[in-house]
Design a protein around this ligand. Sequence first.
Ligand SMILES: *Cc1c(COP(=O)(O)O)cnc(C)c1O
Length: 493
Amino acid sequence: MTQDQDPRHPQLPDRKLLMERSVPGRRGVRLPPSDVPEQPMPDAALLREELPLPELSQPEVVRYFTLLSQLNYSVDTQFYPLGSCTMKYNPKINDQMASLQGLAWVHPLAPTEAIQGALKLMYRLQGYLTELSGMAATSLAPMAGAHGELSGVLMIRAYHQSRNDEQRKVMLVPDSAHGTNPASAAMGGFQVQSIPSNERGNMDLAALKKAVGPNLAGIMLTLPSTLGLFENDILEICDVVHRAGGLVYGDGANMNALIGQAKLGDLGFDVAHINLHKTFSTPHGGGGPGAGPVCAGGRLAPFLPTPVVEREDGPSGETYRLGTPPQTIGKVAAFHGNFGVLVRAYAYIRSLGAEGLRQVSEDAVLNANYLLARLKNAYDLSYDRTCMHEVVLSASRQKKQGVRGLDIAKRLLDYGFHAPTMYFPLIVDEALMIEPTETESKETLDAFIEALLAIAKEATTTPDLVHNAPYTTPISRLDEARAARQPDLRWRA
Ligand SMILES: *Cc1c(COP(=O)(O)O)cnc(C)c1O
């Protein structure tokens, strides 16, 4: 798609496509004379008469592709306030470690004697995650958060089945939950029942007490909740579920507020997954790769997915091998998990150390509360209380002026920022969910705040300016459904 030069932005770079830049006869490289004998051409039916290829000089090609690469928004170039995604800076040392020859080229079918170092790394990472989550054991096999969730709910199912408690079919999920939670529970064969939130943004304890019974399999909880709030009654919630014979699943996709501060196992959770591609700093977005290790307390540890790396101390030192938990739910993925992501998480944890990890959560929470304090007069807050690692604003007030959350998110692009997460959690009207993470400077946060304050003013004074944003991106507003269903991926003359 092309766009004519916008007179309001004469500095916009040339958006012409490669074919449109082509000039007949222009060349980027000249091939050397052939030093091999000429061969007969394939059958004429296989040859095309017409094959338009772009003709350009070398610098034109370099500029074109460099320009394309710059259209990618990335956390290495700009601030990425996408709530619930933890788009934080990923220290480059993690990538360097993951590309070490001995780790990057290790073959998944290599005999365990030949990969002792890789197994030792996995064993140690299992130990760190077990410690940070306050659980008993960890399997690194799942390759995404949702994959960890499915593994965890299958473990809950296997646990009840092992006790001939087959009637336990109900999985409770709060109405603020990430969409993957009810989806995972349903895929695991459970009946999903929603629990409402109360006026403070916490789970409605009375509703929970009414919902538990002999059919209760468990509850899936996010802590802090997806509203970015601590669940004040968490101890009592776990207690109510346990006394009814259920188990507590923790969605630990975002541990940025908790690492080094509180352990899910200590609070009463029985099983949780952790997104290494969020909290533990593997680059993500665009669909992967990720890793969603699942950590289990004493009751569920025997059901963990295989393999789990085990250590044996013999007369000639320690050895590591791939083990199988006694009542395992089996394999959830090929081989041993997403190894490169595991190496990055290991490097991240080792380079920060315990003190550094604690600092991560302190700074993440401080940054989110700084945004909250400076923005709460310009935007609505559904729950006016201290937040954890993210703050959920509401554009209800702007909606009354005819400006929606979507318009605000689009206008932010003109100010040079990625849009926040929008319209999630579903229970917040016109939600704008912002997670600054611990890696942003005060200057960046201030610039972002100034942009949001300016947009709030524009919504009152020049709402049409906001409606028609963005003005500075290659294309403005997509018909998103059509773009997904009928993608236009090919150049046509
Ligand atoms: C990101 C996220 C997930 C899902 O993780 P994926 O790796 O995308 O499958 C689940 N729950 C919460 C709260 C999340 O933020």
